[in-house]
Design a protein around this ligand. Sequence first.
Ligand code: SF4
Length: 278
Amino acid sequence: MADAEPISLVAKNPYELRVDLGARVSEGDVRAALASGDMGFLHSYTTGSAVDGPGVRVVAWTSGCMWRCRYCHNPDTWTMRNGYPVSVTQASEELRKYRQGLKVMSGGLTVSGGEPLMQHRFVLKLLNAAKGMGVHTTIETNGFLGDQLTDADFESIDLVMLGLKKWDPEAHKELTGREIGPTLTLARRLAARKRPIWVRFVLVPGLTDDRDDIKRIAEFAAGLGVVERVEVLPFHQMGRFKWKELGIKYHLEKTEAPTTEAAENACEVFRAAGLNAN
Ligand code: SF4
């Protein structure tokens, strides 16, 4: 694979539109990178995040996602070659710059996306490098490719932030393009190994705000016995411009953010199941 262009991996925020950064990487090189895990594709790094796991985090945003959530605010991460090709060494050295500060601020590294498990070998190598620096590790995943992780791999991940988006199977497929089953399987496997989970639930008026559906998600999450926290994330329109720029039909043009009361009601449903939700 040819050397990457010297552009900054660090983005001001994940809402920067980034496309075609790896466009000149051939299909064959993408496959080789995925197979070895020595090279991965990152949309960007952002630093100083207080909302992507415990403490203050460096977040590596991977590119590539097999889902097509209607409310996705980062559709530029769907295509792997929109990401910047980086070696594990490059990505680790970038992280190393922040390791002391992350420890002081009780933070760590979060690998998000996109969907990190699209490049599970690269991600595991990066997480292991982080652990080697004494840095706490988190992945944020939709869980669909959970079978790519062995139980031993779980030891490299201190916390899994798992997106639970909709309970009803048909509605889940309509919302994301994929089945919910593999996500639930990963959740059960993590629970069996007593690995901590934070659930992330995006509240979208008219799409995910059905109270009974939220209740089913809450009951499932509570039954796992390892969910430390549920984050109810109100839908917003900060990614709308990306859909437009990328020429993808956006179905939520007229959807508004949920009210504070609606978000609190959703939290209450999770709390009623015995979960810590906010
Ligand atoms: S799983 Fe995440 S990155 Fe993938 S489409 Fe859904 S919201 Fe977007």
